[in-house]
Design a protein around this ligand. Structure first.
Ligand code: BGC
Length: 347
């Protein structure tokens, strides 16, 4: 072999080795990750949750890059904890590497925690908060939600403002506001706390109250309409204020009055919590006085950020935890002035 040919061959080999080495290096620089998110929902016919899950799907699709792929699997337990336990097993069998669980029974997460721990798959609970003791069962458990007390306080403040601005609400002019409460599911962290805090806040702001009654309507519009029809049959036009634990139940109350053909001036002031699309529309058409925004966009963004950090092992230090493993998004007030802006936000 001539000297020339040998040196060409040598430089060719060197070049190949270089390309091989740099090629390998750039491949490991850009590692690829796939988030396989298994979502278990207590009941997808719940208005707030179905909107939250739609948003989560959109956020996940928007977060995709060449090195970060996402796949979402959603299961609806339709109100049965046993069904949800089975669905979580299915999600794990299907390859979920992060679970997002909206418990049916927030006091009964043990089976789900055991299943996830066996496969070392972290769980992000959301919206239905497990009790603190259960959250300590394993160090791969997280919670994303909001502070119930704050929502009650803001609802109380909104109601007090509205009453001050519209003194005619005290229709019987007795100096007190006759009110009823429509409550969410018993045992849900938001139900009792929202009611208690809203009432305490109204009283602390100097509004004299007179409670006429209450009804449990499990977050549900149709049930709220029925409860409200009963309350109206007991008190006729004596109810001046309705405090509902969520927008759907507030809309059920309004529907009851509409069914009975009450005129606008004979209807009580109705307040909700959530700022669902239907709730915001009702504020814009002045049937619902105000609501408190339950920040589903903030909650889905936090779920995604957390899930991404869990899968890639990067970015956990940038997450703002309210306390160990808990992320709470703040509530905000919505009235006729800013309802349109909130409606645009959820698009
Ligand atoms: C929401 C309700 C919803 C419930 C379900 C609450 O935080 O305000 O609208 O039905 O969560 O868990």
């Amino acid at each position: 072999m001539g000297r020339m040919r040998r040196s060409w061959l040598l430089s060719g080999i060197c070049c190949a080795i270089f390309l091989l080495l740099t090629g390998c290096a750039s491949q490991s620089d850009s590692e690829r990750y796939t988030l396989q998110l298994g979502v278990a929902c207590y009941n997808q016919s719940d208005t707030f949750l179905s909107q939250l899950i739609d948003r989560l799907k959109t956020d996940l699709a928007a977060a995709e890059t060449d090195s970060f792929q996402t796949h979402i699997m959603v299961r609806d337990a339709a109100g049965s904890q046993r069904t949800q336990d089975d669905q979580v097993k299915e999600l794990l069998d299907a390859g979920a590497n992060v679970l997002c669980v909206n418990l049916v029974d927030r006091a009964d997460p043990s089976e789900i925690i055991d299943l996830a721990r066996e496969r070392n798959v972290p769980i992000i609970f959301f919206n239905r908060e497990p009790v603190a003791e259960d959250m300590r069962q394993w160090d791969q458990l997280y919670y994303v939600g909001a502070d119930a007390k704050q929502s009650g306080q803001l609802q109380g403040e909104l109601a007090a403002d509205y009453i001050t601005q519209h003194p005619q609400i005290d229709r019987n002019k007795d100096g007190k506001i006759q009110y009823v409460v429509l409550e969410g599911e018993p045992g849900h962290q938001d139900a009792i706390i929202r009611t208690e805090t809203a009432v305490d806040t109204l009283k602390s702001l100097g509004v004299s109250l007179d409670k006429l009654g209450s009804g449990i309507a499990n977050w549900n519009r149709a049930q709220a309409q029925n409860r409200m029809l009963q309350l109206i049959s007991q008190h006729q036009s004596g109810i001046e204020l309705v405090l509902a634990n969520n927008d759907d139940m507030a809309l059920g109350a309004i529907a009851a009055y509409q069914k009975l053909n009450y005129t606008e001036s004979a209807m009580p002031v109705v307040l909700g919590i959530d700022g669902t699309d239907v709730g915001l529309e009702a504020i814009l058409n002045h049937t619902l006085a105000a609501t408190v925004y339950n920040d589903k966009e903030g909650q889905t963004a936090a779920i995604l950020q957390l899930a991404q950090a869990l899968v890639t092992g990067q970015g956990m230090d940038q997450i703002q935890f309210a306390k160990d493993h808990y992320i709470y998004l703040p509530y905000t007030k919505v009235t006729a002035e800013n309802a349109a802006a909130y409606l645009a936000k959820s698009d």
